[in-house]
Each structure stands twice: as C-alpha cells, then as structure tokens.
Design a protein around this ligand. Structure first.
Ligand SMILES: CC(C)(COP(=O)(O)OP(=O)(O)OC[C@H]1O[C@@H](n2cnc3c(N)ncnc32)[C@H](O)[C@@H]1OP(=O)(O)O)[C@@H](O)C(=O)NCCC(=O)NCCS
Length: 172
C-alpha cells in the first residue's frame, strides 16, 4: 500500500539517504538540509512516500521569489524529489507530485517552478517557464526550466526573474 504523508522530524536521515541513493551523490541531500535550516522551510511541504511501512520517496517544495522590476512575487520551487532506485517507475513519483501540488494549493500558493527532466514533469501540467516570460539569472537548458500555474491565469500578470534563495547555493 502506498501512502503519501508529511515527513516526520525523525525521518530526516532516511530522507537524506533516499536522496543520496536516487541521485548518486550528496548534492540533493545537502540541498534538503540547507533548505531545512533556512527560514524558507515549510514542514507541510516536505512529503514522504511510504510503501508497506517503509519510506521510499520524498518531495520538497519551498519558497522562492519572482522579481519583476521592483515588485517581488512569491512562488514555490519543487526541489528536490527522489524515489529509491528499486521503487522507481511504479508511480510513486507521480503520487508525490500530485499530493504535493494539492498541499501547495491548500496553502494558497499560485505558482510552482522547477528545474528538472523535461520528459517527466509536463505530464503534471508543467510548461516551459520561458513561454510565460520567466527567466533565471544562471544558465540552465531551456526546456529544463518549467512552471505550473496552480490557479488558472496566475502567470498572466507575473513575469520576471526567478530568484532562488541562498539555501540553494550549496556548492561551497
Ligand atoms: C524522477 C523520479 C523522482 C521519478 O519517480 P518515479 O517514482 O520513478 O516516477 P513515476 O513512476 O511516477 O514515473 C515514471 C516515469 O518517470 C520518468 N522518469 C523517471 N526517471 C527519469 C529520468 N531520470 N529522466 C526522465 N524521465 C524519468 C519516466 O518517463 C517514467 O515513465 P516510464 O515508466 O513510462 O518510462 C525518480 O526516477 C528518481 O528519483 N530519479 C532520480 C532522482 C531524480 O532525477 N530526481 C528528479 C530531479 S528533476
């Protein structure tokens, strides 16, 4: 049985292990730790997938901003998400995203951005962010930078540069 639920505080190490195993290095587990320690961590937006009592997947959404001239719009970033290699391609990632997006809506969020596999996220409604007038202040292949409106039309009046907070600068 698959259950998607909020992460418990004692599951931090398990979540770190899932990220290490899924990505094959420390980058994303370090990113999760860095976001957790920052003011931008929202516990309700750190979800785990539990299969038959074992935590096998994790997804995190956290606040970023969209800078449009002198106006700053709030938004969320999906980053990172991971499913243990032995449990991939069974719909667990999809269940994490769908439930995660529901939680984001429940918190009245309107926009989610991400940088990720262009083959994976469009099935959940993510679109190329540049088509909506969004940009980044660092280099990323165009199609990897995606956005989703949680409220229809939310991006009609919002454009500008997506700014990731310092917690995302983990390469030091
Ligand atoms: C990406 C990931 C979270 C998806 O979780 P999942 O439980 O395997 O996903 P689902 O079962 O819902 O969906 C499976 C689909 O994901 C896609 N997918 C999985 N890994 C992918 C990858 N590395 N690149 C592109 N697409 C991928 C495939 O299209 C697959 O569909 P298919 O079975 O028809 O081929 C998981 O594969 C993972 O942890 N990968 C390693 C870490 C990672 O890349 N995280 C995301 C960073 S953007």
């Amino acid at each position: 049985m698959l259950k998607i639920r909020h992460e418990k505080s004692e599951e931090r190490e398990i979540v770190a292990q899932i990220n290490r195993q899924a990505f094959g290095d420390e980058t994303e587990s370090t990113l999760v730790a860095s976001i957790r320690e920052s003011e931008h961590f929202i516990p309700q937006l750190s979800l785990v997938a539990e299969r038959d009592g074992r935590v096998v997947g994790h997804i995190l959404f956290s606040p970023i901003s969209i800078q449009q001239s002198d106006v700053t719009h709030p938004a969320l970033a999906l980053a990172p998400m991971a499913v243990l290699p032995d449990f991939q391609r069974r719909g667990i990632g999809a269940a994490l995203i769908r439930r995660g997006l529901e939680e984001c809506k429940r918190l009245k969020q309107q926009v989610v951005v991400l940088i990720g596999h262009p083959e994976y996220y469009p099935r959940f409604g993510f679109k190329p962010a540049r088509e909506y007038g969004l940009s980044l202040d660092f280099d990323v292949p165009g199609e990897a930078f995606m956005v989703l409106e949680l409220e229809k039309g939310a991006l009609k009046k919002i454009g500008g540069v997506v700014k990731y907070p310092p917690a995302f600068n983990t390469e030091t």
